[in-house]
Design a protein around this ligand. Structure first.
Ligand code: NAD
Ligand code: TDX
Length: 332
């Protein structure tokens, strides 16, 4: 795997993957990123110029995508509109990037017969009841709830159809909620850490009983590299690290680790259609490909993440006020 094209590499998980893959492999990486509100070139600062190139562009730009795909050995596709709350207020960019963008990329990968790995989410499966012992597996039926997750589900189905109908050399992974450095302050964990830094009380949607299954972004990256190198073409792999927690537990932990009272948070308007619980069974990835997460303790990963936001205020500060004023308009 000599030359990898990474889409959305200036975003949260894409940038973590670029750092991880440059450290763990000898691959050359080219990033294509549109630098939407969610992209940040500072997340890619200081990378070695002989092994890394940044291209400012849109994944719906067919000639550009074809040129970059032809020059690569593999494509790892992270670029997306990624935030559920935004998709409820303005769904259109989600259709353009998540559906048409993925279509443009798989057409190019098909044309030049390149290895393609599609990054997706556990949200395509909908949600589980809080007290249901079940977890998502590769065989769980698709049942997405939001404009975001329905466009991710649509993009997964396009990739599956291109494998079956055109022999696309593709794999798919569906991962649970990521945390770690370089995550936009609109997302749950960075929003609450930066609120605490600012002396503002963390905001819990509704009662805070919703459950998310947390994985550190580095563990997501190691799983993607494993699938890229050893995954079977046409297969889907679920990625998760057994990290189920209620949102209230996460907020209490953030407050405690940052030296504040555990109950110093407030409840705000709930998200419409808010998924109750996500939970991943990653047995297939672990048994078939021998992958396992390195961050076995959520508390340790969270401490590292809190430290990163405290040490890197210049990275998140320019986006904080605008993000909070958007939430304020929504009563959140
Ligand atoms: P993000 O919003 O932080 O980053 C998305 C990146 O894509 C940004 O840099 C943005 O500029 C870029 N982008 C958006 N539209 C583009 C376009 N048309 N052309 C080129 N670049 C474009 O998202 P993230 O949280 O890092 O998520 C990355 C991927 O991982 C997404 O596909 C998402 O569905 C998936 N995923 C995320 C999570 C999570 O917890 N965040 C979990 C599972 C899967
Ligand atoms: O201020 C908040 N308060 C709150 O209680 C915010 C921003 C969120 N929440 C809740 C909503 C969710 O139950 O926290 C949980 C996590 O919220 P988000 O960070 O918005 O993530 P989620 O909606 O679960 O989706 C994330 O994981 C799956 C990513 O944003 C998706 O891109 C990924 O597919």
């Amino acid at each position: 795997m000599k030359r990898i094209l990474v889409t959305g590499g200036a975003g949260f998980i894409g940038s973590n993957f670029v750092h991880y893959a440059l450290a763990e492999t000898d691959a050359h990486i080219t990033v294509i990123d549109k630098l939407t509100y969610a992209g940040n070139l500072d997340s890619l600062a200081g990378l070695p110029s002989d092994r890394f190139e940044f291209v400012h562009g849109d994944i719906t730009d067919e000639p550009l995508v074809e040129k970059l795909t032809e020059a690569s050995d593999a494509v790892v596709h992270y670029a997306a509109e990624s935030h559920n709350d935004n998709s409820l207020h303005d769904p259109r960019p989600f259709l353009d990037t998540n559906i048409i963008g993925t279509y443009t990329l798989i057409q190019a990968a098909r044309k030049f017969n390149k290895r393609f790995h599609h990054i997706s989410t556990d949200e395509v499966y909908g949600d589980l009841a809080i007290d249901d012992p079940a977890r998502f597996t590769e065989n769980t039926p698709y049942n997405p709830s939001s404009p975001y997750s329905s466009t991710k589900a649509g993009s997964d189905l396009l990739v599956r159809a291109w494998v079956r109908s055109f022999g696309l050399q593709a794999t798919i992974s569906n991962c649970s909620n990521n945390y770690g450095p370089y995550q936009h302050v609109e997302k749950f964990i960075p929003r609450q850490i930066t609120n605490v830094i600012d002396g503002v009380r963390p905001k819990l949607y509704g009662a805070g009983e919703n459950v998310r299954d947390w994985i550190h972004a580095d563990d997501h990256s190691s799983a993607v590299l494993t699938i890229l190198e050893h995954g079977r073409i046409g297969e889907t792999y679920l990625i998760g690290a057994d990290g189920e927690k209620t949102n209230k537990e996460v907020v209490e932990l953030i407050l405690e680790r940052m030296g504040r009272d555990r109950d110093d948070f407030e409840h705000v308007t709930d998200r419409p259609g808010h998924d109750l619980r996500y939970a991943i069974d990653s047995t297939k990835l672990r048994t078939e490909l021998g992958w396992k997460p390195r961050f076995s303790s959520f508390e340790t990963g969270l401490d590292n993440t809190i430290k990163w936001y405290m040490d890197n205020e210049s990275w998140w500060r320019p986006r904080k006020a605008e993000t909070e004023s958007r939430y304020l308009e929504q009563g959140q």
